[in-house]
Design a binder for this molecule. Sequence first.
Ligand code: PMP
Length: 305
Amino acid sequence: ISDRDGKIWMDGELVDWRDAKIHVLSHTLHYGCGAFEGVRAYKTAQGTAIFRLREHTERLFNSAKILRMKIPFSIEQVEQAQREVVRANNLESCYLRPLTWIGSEKLGVSPKGNKIHLMVAAWAWGAYLGEEGMKRGIRVKTSSYTRHHVNITMTQAKTVSNYTNSILANMEALDDGYDEALLLDASGFVSEGAGENLFVIKNGVVYTPDLSAGALNGITRNTIFHICQDLGLKLVEKRITRDEVYICDEAFFTGTAAEVTPIRELDRIELGSGSRGPITEKIQAAFFDIVNGRNPKYAEWLSLV
Ligand code: PMP
């Protein structure tokens, strides 16, 4: 991905894609203290628009705050950087990756005095868990790895280091022939996917783990809350056990990259009908109407680039 034409926004300017480099002694590379976002822009009738730009940018600043890192730009500047990157790369629809990291002035665990950097890149990225998965549903494995406890590296921050846990779980699931991992919290309750929030549907009610299970406060998760309300579906945040997932009627993952991806199997146990369920299909359709600008109620969630 590093060897291509295009522009990346780095510390206030657009630089050539291949020149967007950092020093090997960068603090974040050694100790993993950094934060990032995953954002998407969609093609709408009005033009390319970034979905929930303000919420993603605010979460980035909150992640940095939790990590005691002071981003040397304003929220407005970082929003503008994201618009500029989409425009500069002539992208109609794309994934955006803002990331803030600690510089290379010195090493040692304490980063005090080191410069805080910020970059934004954008590129075309289709269905994260595959086009077929969006229609048929994916196969998921309960991970042997536990999701972070809420008092370890902080779970409401989208930190670089939290993803070691996601990578281990995802690699294990893929090596075992599954599409994605589902992680349990330190008490054994369902938390989230390696890069997605989880929803299950039982008897017409939609359930999702409450955030005390260490799941990220997903922006797509919040979008689903609005969709459930619009569709007249009851939504409950609660502790969920893995066997409640086994006997649910429908399940799906949500995330900026994963969008709304149905789950057809957990640990080789078929969920519901073993395919995308009817309520999931309705929620998925409502989601794509919103992000593609076909639902005027949510026009303010779309920032034209
Ligand atoms: N949980 C994890 C671990 C994630 O990486 C993501 C993707 N950012 C999500 C949940 C979903 O969050 P969002 O809907 O804000 O992308």
